[in-house]
Design a protein around this ligand. Structure first.
Ligand SMILES: *Cc1c(COP(=O)(O)O)cnc(C)c1O
Length: 388
């Protein structure tokens, strides 16, 4: 029962997605690279396409390293099946393209990841799809925003900037009552902190670039379906028609990250708590956004639907733009870089990263709290804030 459905996540991730019998006893699936596969007869080729590695005939369709990651991610989320794709944005755009045709409507969380919003604005609209946005704190009141032509609610929780926590069960129930699918971006919470299928979602996407890969050295995405359906079949068809498959080495790196995901998430969450509480009590700080703080608007919902509050936070520093840029410049241990989810703590000024269209407050710094010793992180923040 080593990778049984009932095992705890810590145990599951260690044993998922491998079968030593297949690779000369290698305990973990190696990087299996091949563009094409030998068949001794046409009949063999037909059989292989119906076999264990369905479609193992050409590199585009299911190499073992890719399939094993897909299998592991599907089981980890508790879904029917998963697809590994080259980036988180591929995993975002595939279900949107599969669900929405000209004349349809998609409803997107207002606090959604910036590039997701840009795809909807610049490309879905061009294809004749209606796009509108909802207040992430809306909960069950989302019902009146669902139109007769609404096909999908695209949710993301916690949100990308100030960590709005959406009441996913309420949103999913309202959507389900109208036959509307719910896709959740679960990148920040990960399958360890939040269980989207248990909360009523139909599809889950991840940027595996972040916590799942976990080491800041790979780009990847994954899409997981709760159940088999015509929609899932259409998504698979669009993926293969568009050639959007992940590379074996990238999948191998993500699998390697997944093995330690629960224990890394424990470290990220514990460090984030120390950093958030320190910042919340600092006189140079106006506000801290982290769902684990009782003062955060999403604290109660997060306590219901997440097992911990995550490793990401943002802080509004006194002195607006100049104040925030000054603190970021003085930090020595925190790396000034975008992205998140690796062992190193990162800090970024989102208003600068996003440019003139930004919705980020000028005084806001977003922090991906890493796995350094928390005392060292606090000491660095202390020296950077002392002169703020
Ligand atoms: C990074 C990120 C994405 C996009 O992922 P890429 O792998 O960079 O394409 C999508 N959603 C969230 C919440 C992210 O943080």
């Amino acid at each position: 029962m080593s990778d049984g459905e009932n095992a705890s996540p810590e145990t599951k991730v260690v044993h998922l997605g491998r079968d030593p019998q297949r690779f000369l006893g290698a305990v973990n699936t190696p990087v299996f690279r091949a563009s094409t596969i030998l068949f001794s007869s046409v009949a063999d080729l037909d059989a292989a396409q119906r076999g264990a590695y369905q479609g193992l005939a050409y590199g585009l369709h299911g190499l073992p390293t890719v399939c094993d990651l897909q299998d592991a991610l599907a089981r980890l989320e508790g879904g029917h099946a998963a697809l590994a794709v080259p980036s988180g944005l591929t995993a975002t755009t595939l279900p949107l393209l599969a669900l929405a045709s000209a004349g349809d409507h998609v409803l997107v969380a207002d606090a959604v990841y910036g590039p997701t919003r840009r795809f909807c604005e610049n490309h879905l609209r061009r294809l004749g799809v209606e796009v509108s946005y909802y207040d992430p704190l809306i909960g069950g009141d989302i019902a009146p925003l669902l139109r007769p032509n609404t096909r999908v609610v695209f949710a993301e929780s916690p949100g990308s900037l100030t960590f709005e926590v959406q009441d996913i069960p309420a949103i999913a129930a309202a959507a389900r009552a109208r036959g509307v699918r719910v896709v959740l971006d679960n990148t920040w919470a990960t399958p360890i902190l939040q269980r989207p299928f248990e909360l009523g979602c139909d599809l889950v996407m991840h940027s595996t670039t972040k916590y799942l890969g976990g080491h800041g050295d790979v780009l990847g995405g994954a899409l997981v379906a709760r159940e088999d359906s015509e929609l899932w079949e259409r998504i698979r068809t669009i993926q293969s028609a568009g050639g959007a498959v992940a590379a074996p080495f990238d999948c191998w790196l993500v699998m390697r990250g997944v093995r330690t995901l629960p224990c890394r998430m424990r470290g990220h969450c514990a460090n984030a708590r120390v950093v958030a509480e320190y910042l919340a009590g600092h006189q140079a700080v106006e506000r801290v956004h982290w769902p684990g703080l009782k003062a955060h608007a999403g604290h109660d919902v997060a306590s219901r639907q997440m097992s911990d509050y995550g490793g990401m936070l943002s802080v509004e520093v006194r002195g607006g733009r100049a104040g925030a840029l000054g603190v970021a410049a003085r930090l020595e241990l925190f790396t000034r870089a975008t992205s998140l989810g690796g062992p190193e703590s990162l800090v970024e000024h989102r208003a600068s990263v996003e440019g003139p269209e930004t919705r980020a407050p000028e005084g806001l710094l977003r922090v991906s709290v890493g796995l350094e010793h928390p005392d060292d992180l606090i000491a660095d923040l202390e020296q950077a804030l002392r002169r703020a």
